[in-house]
Design a binder for this molecule. Sequence first.
Ligand code: FES
Length: 111
Amino acid sequence: MARVTYVQPDGSEKTCTNFEGMAVMHLAIGNLVDGIDALCGGVRQCGTCHVYVDDAWIERVGPPGEDEAIMLDALSDAIAVTAGSRLSCQIHITEELDGLRVHIPKEQPGV
Ligand code: FES
């Protein structure tokens, strides 16, 4: 099992626990974390699951995949894309990510 802490748009934190393999987005939706809309259901088509991986975790989480990077680039006119930007539907929880911390932006693209 692994824990993920979400810093919600209002600054409050919610820590959720789940088993390996689940996407950070799905864990958030299942636990009513605020600010992740995930309108496309996790197929990299909406960007409304955007999060900023905490600086301390960027290296361990790793960079976005090719398709995810293309989507983030396409969104960069609408949202602030940084080195920590990831689509949370594309981050899959592993034991190595136990304790992961992500920050949810105040606004998601197009929402
Ligand atoms: Fe739509 Fe992640 S849920 S891009």
